[in-house]
Design a protein around this ligand. Structure first.
Ligand code: MG
Ligand code: FE
Length: 170
């Protein structure tokens, strides 16, 4: 692979990751505001929002060090995740469940994106940037693991609140 091609694949991947992280914020922030009955989910989302802001900073530092102009970042919303998120905004009463599914899907999308980007960095002569990308990957994996491990308790709580008549509360 030509040096310039690899660099362009890497830079495009970094810009896409930057857009992905802003999309992540736009999915998580409205969720946190609406949660009333699931404080442990709200706390975790708040933590991951702070992590995501750090991830964006790491990506910007990598782009800066490659002398890429960040004013050109388009941050086009990802249609896949956009529709997943919109699904969660319904007033069906099971918003907490749909958001749990969408968040799990999104974290796994991020995991795949960073694994691919780390491969490009490894193969393409950017070993100095692997650590920053690995730090982002580790946070996504931890979040995906938490969502996986908490799906049962969130579902159990949803069912018991439903029994108690707390229908539409998130
Ligand atoms: Mg992220
Ligand atoms: Fe994430």
């Amino acid at each position: 692979m030509a040096e310039t091609e690899t660099r362009s694949i890497f830079v495009t991947g970094l810009k896409n990751a930057h857009a992905m992280e802003n999309q992540a914020l736009s999915i998580m922030k409205p969720q946190v505001k609406r949660i009333e009955n699931y404080p442990e989910v709200a706390r975790k989302l708040e933590q991951h929002i702070r992590e995501t802001e750090g991830q964006i900073t790491r990506l910007e530092e990598v782009l800066d060090s490659l002398s890429e102009d960040r004013s050109m970042l388009k941050d086009v919303a990802l249609s896949f995740t956009g529709s997943m998120a919109a699904m969660g905004h319904s007033i069906a009463g099971d918003e907490i469940l749909k958001n749990s599914f969408a968040n799990f899907a999104f974290e796994n999308y991020e995991i795949a994106a960073y694994k691919s980007l780390i491969t490009i960095a490894d193969l393409g002569g950017f070993p100095g940037h692997v650590a920053a990308l690995k730090a982002n990957l580790d946070e996504e994996m931890a979040m995906a693991k938490w969502l996986d491990e908490n799906l049962r308790s969130v579902t159990v709580k949803f069912a018991s609140l439903k029994e108690a008549g707390e229908t539409a509360k998130v």
